[in-house]
Ligand binder design. Sequence first.
Ligand code: AMP
Ligand code: MG
Length: 486
Amino acid sequence: MQALTSLTFGQRFLQLPSVFHRAVQPQPLSQPHLVAANTPLCLQFGIQAETLTAPAAMALLSGNRLADGMQPLAAVYAGHQFGVFVPQLGDGRALLLGDTTDIHGQRWEWQLKGAGLTPFSRMGDGRAVLRSTIREYLCSEAMHGLGIPTTRALAMVGSPDPVYREQVETAAVLTRLAESFIRFGSFEVFYHRGQHDEIRILADFLIHHHFPDCAEQAQPYAALFSEIVGRTARLIAQWQAVGFCHGVMNTDNMSVLGLTLDYGPFGFMDGFNAAHVCNHSDHSGRYAYNQQPQVGLWNLHCLASAFLPLVDEEALLAALSAYREQYAQCWMSLMRSKLGLATLQEEDEELVEALLLAMHAHRTDYTVFFRRLADFVPGEDNAQLRDLFLDRSLFDAWAARYAARLQLESRPAAERRPAMLAVNPKYILRNYLAEQAIQAAQQDDFSLIARLHDCLQRPFDEQAHYQDLAAEPPAWAQEISVSCSS
Ligand code: AMP
Ligand code: MG
């Protein structure tokens, strides 16, 4: 075991020319205190989470000191925000501290989010509020627990420093980790400026560090683009299957590694609503749940434009045209598993669509339904499931189809049930749970954050002591409003 401050860092991002980044020192928070520490992720770096409260570790996590080799910088990028191109964005409040290797030999980039002004802060203050930091911390780790690619959260510190949003709130800093934070917009910025050499340099950097297999291909840049298309398709299929809405799928929030990135007004669905919009500022519903797959493709088209100097148009279009099929295949395979189907039948897609239509009509709780479906018995009335639908006949009609479909499976129910429980989570980060954790934290009680984090690491396990965290939302949860303000 070692101390956080004795880790040694490099900064491979500095291999990129100076147009890619600006050196920025973090602006310390005053009187920092630890809000949460991610024990398993700390252990992955040989650190005991308990040692993060040591003054030197706290200083590092709050931007007051650096570890050996850290060279903080803000990266430049652009992006299509709600369909409109914004030529320059960049890390406005996140600083890339450097990169280091975990005990498995994997290299991770470390960022401080909310560490103060950068040259890209525009109208912002470079800060993050405790509320949104808790949401990002918990959701990154919930996604990880669900097996969905995501940036990670190592630790979170709070401070009494005021931050001005709709109301005065307090500041926090999140230490977040990823193999890379490079976004679609990291390419777009240079395409817009006509700096085609930089596009090539960035693609080479990505291939070298993250997609070494592409280097072996006849057309490495085309292979890189195809790989990003595939990862994006699979990521969004996973979001859909678990009922997750990202909320702000601007191209600057799209990871080229296919990670869930930049948690803002995200939401896991409670009652199923195909057109659910989790971001109250998204008036047109551009990023509604049922739009996400299509938005993924739209965003990939933006990225394809930026790849034009590297790859001929035909190859880009061919890669883009594979998206729908890759998405549909991945999504159907996930939905089949959720239904406990081990074989493949043509009618499966209709069976899933019919179910989603019925769930949409009744706003059936998405997570509860699929969890209970593991106990479905063909020919019985399945009251536990049936009661989730106001119009019981709608469920009965679907249940009859499902029962008939199960007849085509040779897998015995005793095998199907555990297989379904292993893919249909019992615990998700419902909005009301995040809200309760935030309200307690604002009164200096961080215990619910720790409980949620612990529970959400194993979302498929029963975990008797966390039954309360599987409860459907209380009535007041309807009133929770999540905006871009963070
Ligand atoms: P988002 O869509 O929330 O990921 O943010 C879009 C852009 O705004 C990014 O370039 C952020 O770095 C920047 N940004 C968001 N909030 C702030 C803030 N409080 N201070 C400075 N920049 C910010
Ligand atoms: Mg962003």
